[in-house]
Design a protein around this ligand. Structure first.
Ligand code: 0WD
Length: 254
């Protein structure tokens, strides 16, 4: 449909072809966007390279968001290649699997800090670099989950990090609004990805959503990708600071 024709941007958080980042990357590519990708850890390089090829995407390289220098390096590559960018997709989260089960109360300070740094602070760190390259405005999109709003079993410290992430979206939207850079979040329904596999009883959560969501089905990475297209294109040019549910309507009943 060409909604993204002439737009260039970075997608962070592609791990494999089940990643939400992959659903978004496909939708953006089909709409005419030029895409650059970062991955995390050498182990993922093999997985990401063939996916990048399918979308004619630039593989910027390994970018660990806990390492400021590695974020700088990724944005330096973008600056050299493109000079200017129009969008960034932040599809990154991490917490120790051991703590995504049982009680939130038992979260260790080390994992609390790491979860917050990777799943929340990194959006600010990335947005700060993106600002410099979004010289004609832009759109930044992150991914969140309903566990930020309501207590979901086993989501624990990740729910707390997502609540902070959703607040960050609002603060960043205010900081970057004058430059016409929009910041939004999609709150996706549960999808079986690598990250989700770490959450206790995840299959039960999937089934529960399927039976109880108004649309009586779970969402796919393509559903999230299509909604992302709205946020990353000019269709949403007056929308910022928003958390938008792509969850088959579960949040109105859950
Ligand atoms: O049900 C779900 N899958 C939902 C996911 C529902 C609602 C929201 N989300 C969110 C996640 O919390 C995350 O923010 O969507 C985002 C993307 O997650 P995903 O697509 O579910 O999971 P996955 O394919 O595993 O991608 C997340 C990636 C990491 O993968 P692994 O599994 O290797 O941890 O985040 C990246 C990494 O590639 N990541 C990092 N990237 C840079 N630096 C780092 C890091 N330090 N840590 C993790």
């Amino acid at each position: 449909q060409g909604l993204m024709a002439g737009k260039r941007g970075l997608i962070m958080g592609l791990a494999n072809n089940r990643s939400i980042a992959w659903g978004i990357a496909k939708a953006l590519h089909d709409a005419g966007a030029e895409i650059a990708l970062t991955y995390q850890g050498e182990a993922l390089k093999k997985r990401v390279a063939p996916l990048a090829e399918r979308l004619d995407a630039i593989v910027v390289g390994d970018c660990d968001v806990t390492d400021e220098a590695s974020i700088d390096a990724a944005f330096d590559v973008l600056e050299q290649k493109w000079g200017k960018i129009d969008f960034v997709v932040h599809a990154i989260a991490f917490s120790d699997k051991e703590e995504l089960t049982g009680r939130y109360l038992d979260t260790s300070p080390e994992n609390f800090n790491k979860t917050m740094q990777i799943s929340c602070y990194s959006l600010a760190a990335v947005s700060k670099r993106a600002e410099k390259l979004m010289t004609e405005g832009g759109s930044i999109l992150t991914l969140t989950y309903y566990g930020a709003e309501k207590v979901m079993p086993n989501y624990n410290v990740m729910g707390v990090a997502k609540a902070a992430l959703e607040a960050s979206v609002k603060y960043l939207a205010v900081d970057l609004g004058p430059q016409k850079i929009r910041v939004n979040a999609i709150s996706a329904g549960p999808i079986k990805t690598l990250a989700a596999a770490g959450i206790g009883d995840f299959r039960y959560i999937l089934k529960w959503n399927e039976y109880n969501a108004p649309l009586r089905e779970t969402v796919s990475i393509d559903d999230v990708g299509n909604s992302a297209l709205y946020f990353l294109s000019n269709l949403s040019r007056s929308v910022t600071g928003e958390t938008h549910h792509v969850d088959s309507g579960y949040h109105v009943v859950g």
